[in-house]
Design a protein around this ligand. Sequence first.
Ligand SMILES: [Zn+2]
Length: 341
Amino acid sequence: MERELRRKLRLLPKAELHVHLEGSLDPALLLELARRHDCAFGVATLADARRLYSFHDFPGFLQAIIGACRHLVTPDDYALAVRELTRRLAAQGIVYAEVFVSIGVLHWRKVEVAPYWEAIESARRQAQEQRGVRLAWIADCVRQFGSEAAQRVLDECIRLMSNYSLVGIGIGGDEVKGSAEWFIEVFRRARAAGLGLTAHAGETCGAASVWTAARDLAVHRIGHGLRAVEDHNLLQYLAEHDICLDVCQISNRKTGVWNGITPHSVVDFDKWRIKYSLASDDPGIFGSSLLKELYAFPLDWPARHRALRQGFLASFLPDSEKAAYLAAFDAAWRQLQLPNP
Ligand SMILES: [Zn+2]
């Protein structure tokens, strides 16, 4: 894409709805964290960090994200990750982001979680003041930890949501080892509490997994949903029920769930008029970004325009705030004279 169009896309105010705090650590930041902790987790050089992040399949990716998580030890480590992520988002013109934080991992470590929340909230407030990027948290439950662990995450969300910028709950981790069915009761309670609902699905498992997330968990958004294309009834269901997918093509290529040769599922999502936004997923691990998602793939301008607006529309913000962001987005699109959608 020509330089001038890239510049304009950077200036456009944008939202990103699928980015993991733990996956935002790039090799340099991972090394900085490793040095804080005497290189106790197998990373002592930049080459080690890069090696951890060089994988070719989904199990390899899971090892990489587990390795990244290990380096987030103290509340201050999490605060540093928030500051660095915000700096990168601001550099891309992202004004609003919903960021997954894997609370399930902190519970699993049996640490007191309150100081971690305080640290990320304080870093979030500071980042918003200094860089004008607003972050909101989605508490991520790890599928393979099971439903009891997810209930604990939800209990904590319900306790904290009135004081913290916590807008949703999700399930991530290993889709093969943790069926979405386990979480029906968690999601029913989360919905009643007013939390936004999202699930990673259809990434390593087939259409049945997406059906469960869409119909039984009644999520508002689905992370990836690639394999929904195996079932046309499901594609129709997603379109009719206004379920928005988070499309992360660089992530899909790097984890090997998409071969990069056959057309990406997003082609079918367009054909079936399924709503989607674009996102980087784990930008530090994949070297991805929302801007790269926009540049690197042959989406036409109407599709880019729809996906970027969807970033605000499918967010867990109140309607009045979505409208304000969209008005600013539409005005900037016109002012920058981007191609007609
Ligand atoms: Zn993800």
